[in-house]
Design a protein around this ligand. Structure first.
Ligand SMILES: C[S@@+](CC[C@H](N)C(=O)[O-])C[C@H]1O[C@@H](n2cnc3c(N)ncnc32)[C@H](O)[C@@H]1O
Length: 281
């Protein structure tokens, strides 16, 4: 048992420590600022899940805000945006987009947030929660700082998407880029997955209602597509997809499909999920 716990602690330390160098912060910042790839569209769709549920100009917190992609958008929309991150190097990259943007940054740990109970109308986080096998603990801590009736939006990946992929073939995790296996996988690529039941359990034990789970990002990162095409085929597909996305007509179709078709697919069809929870009033 203690060997299992040690592996768990080692992975957690690795996942938290991976972001602290200035060089990593510089490279991450450079790779996340594009406004023309599909990530930018998905970011807006994702943030919409939060912003349409909370009052204008209310106080919101981004957990593991990194170089500030989400908080800069939230501040530009008029929200009072707070960001917390373990890495000061990542926080140092954040510059408000305009003079009036209200942004407050604080170095801190998502497992022990440096804020009192019930401080925020909204809490969000992206690309952080699935790094950790004990992610429901972070959901509970996020719930603590939410006001009654407040909304939490976080990303996760669909366990069913991995299961469907492995039914059709064998997923090459190294080329897919993420490995959801809790044991036996590569810790540098670990990214948790969850079923709807597990999301429901996490919500219940944090005093939250599970309000919505929206499939997000059908085209770009989908284990079913990766298993059908094979590892190298999937890498080629991603680069072809990026070329298509540069074309305005193709881009409009892809965005329409993501919004109107993929969003209504069964959860197994898409890997990414935007999870919406609300604190009991
Ligand atoms: C993949 S980045 C995501 C950054 C940002 N949310 C975004 O959407 O671009 C993961 C971030 O989580 C932060 N992080 C990792 N472990 C953390 C912890 N225990 N507490 C707070 N932040 C953490 C890292 O420093 C890094 O900035």
């Amino acid at each position: 048992m203690s060997a299992v716990l040690n592996t768990f602690d080692a992975m957690k330390a690795f996942k938290t420590g991976a972001w602290t160098s200035t060089e990593r912060a510089r490279a991450y910042d450079a790779s996340t600022n594009s406004k023309t790839d599909i990530t930018s569209f998905l970011t807006d769709e994702y943030l919409g899940q939060l912003t349409r549920r909370i009052a204008p100009r209310s106080r919101v917190l981004d957990l593991g805000c990194g170089t500030g992609v989400l908080i800069k958008s939230l501040a530009a929309l008029g929200f009072d945006a707070y960001g917390v991150d373990i890495s000061q190097a990542m926080l140092d990259k954040i510059r408000p987009e305009s003079e009036g943007d209200r942004i407050t940054l604080q170095q801190g740990d998502v497992y022990a947030l440096p804020f009192p109970d019930a401080s925020f109308a909204g809490v969000t986080t992206r690309w952080v929660i699935p790094h950790f096998r004990d992610w429901p603990v972070i959901v509970k801590e996020a719930a603590r700082v939410l006001q009654p009736g407040g909304t939490l939006v976080f990303d996760h990946t669909s366990r069913g998407n991995y299961e469907l992929a492995n039914r059709n073939g064998t997923l090459e995790h190294a080329k897919f880029g993420y490995d959801n296996r809790v044991r036996g996988g590569d810790k540098t690529m670990f990214y948790a997955s969850a079923s709807i039941d597990e999301l429901q359990l996490a919500a219940d034990s944090a005093g939250l209602d599970l309000v919505d789970v929206a499939p997000l990002g059908f085209f770009r990162q989908n284990a079913v597509i990766a298993s059908v095409l094979g590892g190298d085929g999937f890498l080629a597909y991603k680069s072809t997809f990026d070329d298509f996305y540069r074309d305005p007509g193709a881009r409009a179709f892809i965005q329409w499909f993501e919004r109107n078709v993929a969003a209504a697919f069964p959860f197994e069809m898409t890997n990414g999920m935007a999870v919406v929870m609300q604190k009991h009033g």
